[in-house]
Design a protein. Structure first.
Lengths: 232, 232
DNA sequence: GCAAAAGTGTTCTTCTTACACCCATGA
DNA sequence: TCATGGGTGTAAGAAGAACACTTTTGC
């Protein structure tokens, strides 16, 4: 047939990259160098290329815009955002990915982005271009849930970490205090969550803590649940 | 710029429509009337139209291909499938939706589909066109999880149902037997899951059962968890 | 009364929570 | 010895699992 029975569109890949920095949940945002929304904050992203797989595009954008190694960093599909009016340039459907990174030095700005920087998620609310506020909210909610049922928290840490480090991730992402003693037991009783390295980290003050690395078990059994009777 | 820096592609919406029929988890499959994969089984779906929202496209396809009312049926985004070689016609990225329907009369075949029919999910394995086997597997896994944390099970039932009906949904979808007595208590103790109608259903044999309708609470608290110490 | 499915009571166990208490280190 | 954070013990309460038992109907 010659008549077009489908929409002409472009497909973008956008990244919600989260980390815990300075005791706050932070997201990587760029300042847009081009129209539309020039000089506005946005999530890093770009268009899908010819013959390119979606996940590969996410890995490429992560590298291009932030210098992070997509193969080393937790990266998972988050959702697809396709409202017809979401991009003033025309029909652009965006596949969003959630990336979790350890606390790293400030990323190097990439080609498209005038500037890339970590910013506390709370400070981004209402300030992002396109529908990126919504994407970031969804990303944070997803991360909060994933902490309960997967070992995602270890992706926020470096190669080795203490139970205290891990607890700090949970406290910051969930925005609620946890009992250090019960948390410790829960983590160590959840088989495959973490693996002892035999090493210890000596802090400037206080008792040395055992160092762990990420375990093999992606899904936690039993899970680390947010209590329903929370303090609030 | 004049050079193209993005992929030319079409966007499809595919539907994984699940129901419980004859004590089996069944999916709605069509027999394809056109190439590619002519006469092969596939999930219903079609291309996104000009200016059409993704969710609206899913509702439209549901109506066109099955006659089901998309506004009355549970419909949620499942994932996006974009492998470059997934469609022999060229680059087609598919946004898949999960739909849950009560046990209904055999759907009427639509325009594009030579035939639409319910088929037990177990019988579809390895027989679907494109990457639809994978999409359907993801749909089933999503449904299993959603039964734990949301009132999705009520979407499998008609407007009113008994606790026994609801238990049957869980047993079929999870493929494991549940204790009727404990299940009953769990459901009724989970506030907002179901709402009593005051009516009773008189069976051909046995004690009448109270009829309920879906409650207001979409997310269940406490959840109905699959036991980890399962029989198998 | 009997069959069948609905629903309640009860016990055992496991998980969660709260918190007292001890441990290992540097200053 | 003190401050600091790491880590164990333990008892009360909540939730889940297993199952004996009662209820309500049609036949």
């Amino acid at each position: 047939m010659t008549t077009r029975d489908h929409a002409v569109l472009r497909l973008a890949v956008d990244l919600a990259i989260l980390t815990v920095r300075e005791n706050a949940l932070q997201a990587l945002v760029i300042t847009r160098g081009n129209e539309p929304f020039r000089n506005r904050l946005a999530l890093p992203g770009g268009f899908l290329r010819e013959g390119e797989d979606l996940h590969a595009a996410a890995v490429r954008e992560l590298d291009e815009e932030t210098g992070l190694d997509g193969d080393a960093i937790h990266l998972e599909p988050l959702g697809t955002y396709g409202h017809p009016d979401r991009d003033p340039r025309g029909r652009v459907v965006s596949v969003a990915y959630l990336a979790i990174a350890p606390d790293l030095p400030t990323p190097e700005p990439g080609s498209d982005a005038a500037e890339a920087a970590w910013m506390p998620v709370a400070e981004t609310r209402g300030r992002l271009a396109f529908d990126h506020d919504g994407i970031l909210s969804d990303a944070v909610e997803r991360a909060r849930i994933q902490l309960e049922f997967t070992n995602l928290a270890t992706a926020f840490c470096g190669p080795t970490f203490t139970v205290g480090d891990l607890r700090n991730i949970y406290e910051v992402v969930w925005d609620r205090p946890l009992d250090p003693r019960n948390f410790s037991r829960k983590v160590l009783n959840t088989s495959g969550f973490v693996k002892p390295t035999g090493q210890k980290r000596i802090p400037q003050i206080g008792r040395p803590a055992a160092l762990y690395q990420r375990g093999d078990q992606r899904t936690l059994n039993p899970p680390i649940l947010r209590s329903t009777t929370a303090t609030h």
